[in-house]
Ligand binder design. Structure first.
Ligand code: CDP
Length: 212
């Protein structure tokens, strides 16, 4: 079974994808880490973030196993990731790896922005996870403080809105629900409730019911 979980920043898609993978015994790929890896190496190498040739070269040679994933989770790296993710050569370089991951025997869970639209359009279940920008900023604000990289709430929400706009407005693989994705709004849901709702969505077709 292939499950894709797409959605905007801090919507809860990563946590849900991880929980679903554990629940169904499937491997999980956080595709955002790939773009974060490219963004991080661009910053480290002092490359301009619109240097398409350098970004594509870095993407082609990317080896995520060499990273401490925590260093990729900062806001600066997220911003760099969002910029390099709009470069077609970067997306092309990361495509096969993601498709191969999705198509492994037994299936997989992938989360990101385009996993249901571009990477695995044939996925068995597609979730599109959203929450209001204010709620997402509240969550990211808490997460950043817990990581000892606190930021002002007003900066966090401005960053989230800017990233939403860039990710949704880009011409290549924009953030948007696949036509057959099920929307899950987690604004009013805690992690447990969101997980239960996600499992219900995965189980619905198996139970022969209409998806909620
Ligand atoms: O955790 P958060 O949602 O903040 O970010 P992420 O999922 O790690 O993704 C970081 C950036 O990578 C996003 O803002 C997107 O621009 C880009 N991305 C993408 O273009 N396609 C994906 N499948 C995953 C991430």
């Amino acid at each position: 079974m292939i499950i894709t979980v797409d959605g905007p920043a801090a919507s809860g898609k990563g946590t849900l994808a991880k929980r679903l993978a554990k629940h169904y015994g499937l491997p999980h790929l956080d595709t955002g880490l790939l773009y974060r890896g490219v963004g991080y190496l661009m910053l480290q190498g002092n490359h301009a973030l619109d240097d398409a040739a350098a970004a594509a070269r870095i993407a082609r040679a990317l080896d995520l196993s060499k990273f401490d994933h925590e260093t990729l989770r900062t806001d600066a790296v997220g911003e760099a990731a969002s910029l390099v993710a709009a470069i077609p050569g970067v997306r092309a370089a990361l495509l096969k790896l993601q498709q191969d991951f999705a198509r492994q025997p037994g299936g997989a869970v992938l989360d990101g922005r385009d996993t249901g639209t571009v990477i695995a359009p044939d996925a068995d279940v597609k979730l599109f996870v959203t929450a209001s920008p204010e709620e997402r900023a509240r969550r990211r604000h808490i997460e950043l403080a817990a990581r000892k990289t606190p930021a002002e709430y007003c900066e966090v929400i401005a960053d989230i809105k800017k990233r939403d706009e860039r990710d949704s407005g880009r011409s290549i693989a924009p953030l948007k629900p696949a036509s057959d994705a099920v929307l899950l709004d987690t604004t009013q849901l805690d992690i447990e409730a969101a997980f239960r709702a996600a499992v219900a969505i995965v189980e619905a077709p198996r139970a022969g019911r209409t998806r909620p």
